[in-house]
Ligand binder design. Structure first.
Ligand code: HEC
Length: 632
C-alpha cells in the first residue's frame, strides 16, 4: 500500500519529518493529551468512534475504510475539525487524536505542505482586479446560471477542440478534492481550496500572484467587484458561512461576517454578486451528518438565502427556506428530543432574474418529520426584500439524514426515510427559441423541469431522463445555449430505494429541446473506463459547460470530454486520473470530476480533478488546457 502511495506523497515527506504516526502525535501535542487516552492507540480510537459507520463495503455516501485511506491526513483532520463534516462525531477527540486518526487511516505522516518559493510569480504583477475584464465569474458564468460562455469570452471555437493540449497543472497542497471554479479576470484565475486558501494564479502560467487564508474551506467561487471608493475587492465565502471582503491590492479584510444563523450552517454553493448585494446560499451539511449520532437532537436548522450589503457586510435580508421555527417532534428510540420542521438546505448557487427582481434557489430535503412544503423545491425570492414570491415543490414529504445510511444507529432516520431528492442546482433562466423566458432545473430524481417565471412557476413540461437516486439523477447542474439544455445524469445506486424503479439506470449526457423537453440526443457514459480503478463510477455528475458548438462534461471516471452540441459525438477526451508535474512543485493527481464543471475563458479550459466525497476518486489538481501558440 505505502509503495503505491509514495510517488503521490514524496513532497509531503520532504516537508515534514517522517515520524511514526503515534510518535509524531505525542511529540507535538503531548501537552494536550489526557493521560488515559495516550494509552489508547489509533486503531482503538477508530474502532470505538468511527468503525460503526466507516467499515464494510463502499455504498452510498459514507466512505469506507479503503476510501478513507485514499484521503490525505490533513483532509481527514479537517473533516474532523470545526466546520468539517465529522466535527460532531469527533467532538470529544483532542487535536492530537485527530492527527493520530489521519495518520493511521492513510499510513502517511500529517503535514501542511507549504508552497516552494518557485511557485510564486517572479514579478509582483497586477494585484488590482478590473471588473471589466471578468471572463468567467460564478457557478453558471452569468446571473442567469446558464453555464454558457459566448464565443468572444470563450476565445475557443469548435474547430480548435482537436488541438487542445495540457498547458499547465497546479497542485492543491494536501487536498483530496477540488470544489471551486476559478474566477477568470484579466490575467488572473482565482480559486479556493478545501482548507481555505484562495490562490490568485497568473492564468497563462499558473504562478501564484497572491493568496488569502479564509478560516475554513472554500467551496464556492470567488467574486470580484469594485467598491464606492474604486477599490478592487474579492468577496469570498467559506464553508462556515463567513463572508469576507478583501482589498486585492492591500490584502486588507474590509469586513468579515458569519452569515448562517445555525451553528451547523454551511456554505456549499457559489455566492452571487449583483449591484450592492452579495447573495449567499446556506445549507446544513453538518446536521445531515450529525443526525447519524442518536444522541443528536435532530434537527433545528433551515436552509437559507441571505443578502449582504457589499460595502459593509451588513445583512440586508435573510430568507429562511423553512419559515416556521422548529418545535418538539417526539423523542427517538433512545429518548433524544427531536425537532421539526428542519433542513431544506440550499446547496447550490442562486440565480438572479434582474428583470423580474427575483432570486431563484433550489432546496433540498427535510431532516426530520413532519416535513414541510418548502423542501425539494424551487423558490422565487424578492431581490429587494427577501420575501417569498412563489414556490414550486417537486417532491413532497422527503425527510432524510445520514442516520438512514447506518445499519445500527438509525434512531434519527425519519420514518419512513425519504428518497433525498434535492435540487442540487438553482434553475437556469433562459430564453427559448420562440422568445419566451423559462426556468429549467434538474433534480436528483432524474427529472428535468421547465417552469414559467411569469406564472408563479407553473410547470411547462417535465422530462424523466433517468431513474434518479440520492446521488443523482441530475446532481450539480445543467447548461444551456438557448437551443438545447444539456443535463448530466449521474444515475447510480444509492442507499435509498429509487423512486422510479421501472426506469433503467441511464448515466450519461442528455440534450433536451427547450420548447417541449423532448430528448434530442443522449450519450450514455462509457462502460469500460473503470477497470482497476477503485472509487470509479461511469456517470456524469459534474455540471456541464457549453460554448457555441461544444459542451464539456466531466465524468466520475475522471475523464473530461467535449461533445458536439448537434449530436453529442465525442470531439475530445482526456483522462485526468494520473500523476501530473505541476507548476507549483506540489505532487498532484487527478481523480473523479464532480461538482462544478469546467471554466472556459480567454482560450483556456480550466478543469478541476479530484472529488473524494461519497467514496469517489480523490485528486488535487487544476488542469489548464489550450491551443499552444494561441493561448494568452
Ligand atoms: C454516525 C456515522 C459516522 C460516524 C460515527 C463517523 N462518520 Fe465519518 N462520515 C459519515 C458520513 C455519512 C460521511 C459522509 C458525509 C458526506 O459526505 O455527506 C462521513 C464522512 C467522513 C469523512 C470525509 C470524507 C471526505 O469525503 O472527505 C471523513 C474523513 C470521516 N468521515 C472520518 C471519520 C472518522 C475519523 C470518524 C471517527 C472519529 C468518523 N468519521 C465517524 C458517517 C460517520
Amino acid at each position: 500500500m505505502l509503495a503505491t502511495l509514495c510517488g503521490f506523497c514524496s513532497m509531503i515527506y520532504s516537508t515534514f519529518p517522517r515520524l511514526l504516526p503515534f510518535v509524531a502525535a505525542t511529540a507535538v501535542f503531548a501537552a494536550v493529551i489526557p493521560t488515559e487516552t495516550v494509552a489508547q492507540d489509533a486503531g482503538d480510537l477508530f474502532r470505538n468512534a468511527c468503525a460503526e459507520c466507516h467499515s464494510g463495503t463502499q455504498s452510498g455516501r459514507t466512505p469506507n475504510r479503503f476510501s478513507l485511506s485514499q484521503l490525505t491526513p490533513r483532509a481527514i483532520v479537517a473533516a474532523l475539525g470545526e466546520g468539517g463534516v465529522m466535527s460532531s462525531e469527533a467532538g470529544e477527540l483532542s487535536a492530537a487524536q485527530r492527527i493520530m486518526l489521519g495518520e493511521y487511516l492513510t499510513g502517511r505522516a500529517y503535514s501542511e505542505e507549504v508552497l516552494p518559493a518557485s511557485a510564486y510569480c517572479a514579478d509582483a504583477g497586477p494585484t488590482r482586479v478590473n471588473v471589466n475584464d471578468v471572463a468567467w465569474m460564478g457557478f453558471g458564468a452569468d446571473l442567469a446560471g446558464t453555464g454558457f460562455q459566448p464565443a468572444q469570452r470563450a476565445g475557443l471555437s469548435a474547430e480548435e477542440i482537436d488541438d487542445l493540449e495540457l498547458l499547465w497543472a497546479f497542485g492543491f497542497p494536501d487536498a483530496s478534492q477540488v470544489r471551486t471554479k476559478p474566477t477568470v479576470v484579466g490575467d488572473l484565475a482565482i480559486v479556493g481550496d478545501q482548507f481555505g486558501t484562495v490562490f490568485a494564479l497568473h492564468a497563462a502560467t499558473g504562478c501564484v500572484q497572491w493568496t488569502f487564508e479564509a478560516e475554513a474551506g472554500v467551496r464556492g467561487g470567488v467574486l470580484v467587484g469594485e467598491d464606492d471608493d474604486g477599490r478592487s475587492i474579492a468577496y469570498i465565502v467559506d464553508a462556515r458561512t463567513t463572508a469576507y471582503a478583501v482589498d486585492t491590492q492591500s490584502g486588507d479584510v474590509l469586513w468579515q461576517t458569519r452569515v448562517g444563523w445555525h451553528p451547523e450552517s454551511n456554505n456549499t454553493g457559489h455566492a452571487v454578486l449583483h449591484e450592492n448585494k452579495l447573495i449567499v446560499p446556506i445549507s446544513t451539511m453538518g446536521e445531515v451528518v450529525s443526525a447519524g449520532d442518536p444522541r443528536y437532537e435532530c434537527c433545528t436548522s433551515s436552509g437559507a438565502v441571505a443578502a449582504l450589503d457589499t460595502s459593509t457586510g451588513d445583512l440586508l435580508w435573510y430568507h429562511r427556506v423553512i419559515p416556521e421555527y422548529p418545535e418538539e417532534a417526539g423523542k427517538n428510540a433512545i429518548g433524544t428530543q427531536l425537532w421539526a420542521p428542519s433542513g431544506a438546505p440550499v446547496w447550490s448557487s442562486p440565480t438572479v432574474d434582474v428583470a423580474r427582481g427575483v432570486v431563484y434557489a433550489g432546496s433540498g430535503e427535510n431532516l426530520s418529520r413532519p416535513a414541510n412544503e418548502t423542501s425539494d423545491a424551487i423558490l422565487a425570492i424578492d431581490l429587494d426584500t427577501g420575501e417569498l414570491d412563489w414556490i414550486f415543490q417537486a417532491t413532497e414529504d422527503d425527510a432524510f439524514t445520514m442516520a438512514c445510511s447506518s445499519s445500527r444507529n438509525r434512531q434519527n432516520c425519519p420514518s419512513p426515510p425519504g428518497p433525498d431528492l434535492d435540487f442540487g442546482m438553482a434553475p437556469i433562466l433562459v430564453e427559448r427559441p420562440d422568445g419566451k423566458e423559462i426556468l429549467v432545473a434538474g433534480q436528483k430524481s432524474g427529472t428535468v423541469w421547465a417552469l414559467d417565471p411569469d406564472n408563479d412557476g407553473d410547470v411547462l413540461w417535465s422530462t424523466q431522463i433517468g431513474r434518479g437516486s440520492a446521488l443523482g439523477g441530475i446532481h450539480w447542474g445543467m447548461a444551456t445555449d438557448g437551443h438545447l439544455v444539456y443535463a448530466a445524469n449521474a444515475d447510480r445506486p444509492a442507499e435509498i430505494v429509487s423512486v422510479n424503479p421501472d426506469m433503467e439506470w441511464s448515466p450519461g449526457l442528455f440534450a433536451l429541446d427547450l420548447m417541449d423537453g423532448g430528448v434530442v440526443w443522449s450519450v450514455p457514459a462509457p462502460d469500460d473506463t473503470c477497470t482497476d480503478r477503485p472509487g470509479c463510477w461511469q456517470a456524469n455528475s459534474a455540471a456541464p459547460t457549453v460554448i457555441p458548438g461544444v459542451v464539456f462534461a466531466g465524468g466520475l471516471d475522471g475523464h473530461i470530454r467535449a461533445h458536439a452540441t448537434d449530436d453529442g459525438r465525442v470531439l475530445w477526451d482526456f483522462d485526468t486520473v494520473r500523476d501530473f508535474e505541476t507548476v507549483n512543485g506540489i505532487s498532484a493527481r487527478g481523480g473523479a470530476i464532480d461538482g462544478p464543471g469546467p471554466v472556459i475563458a480567454n482560450g483556456l479550459v480550466f478543469v478541476n480533478s479530484g472529488y473524494a466525497s461519497f467514496g469517489q476518486m480523490p485528486g488535487n489538481v487544476l488542469l489548464v488546457f489550450g491551443v499552444r501558440g494561441d493561448a494568452p
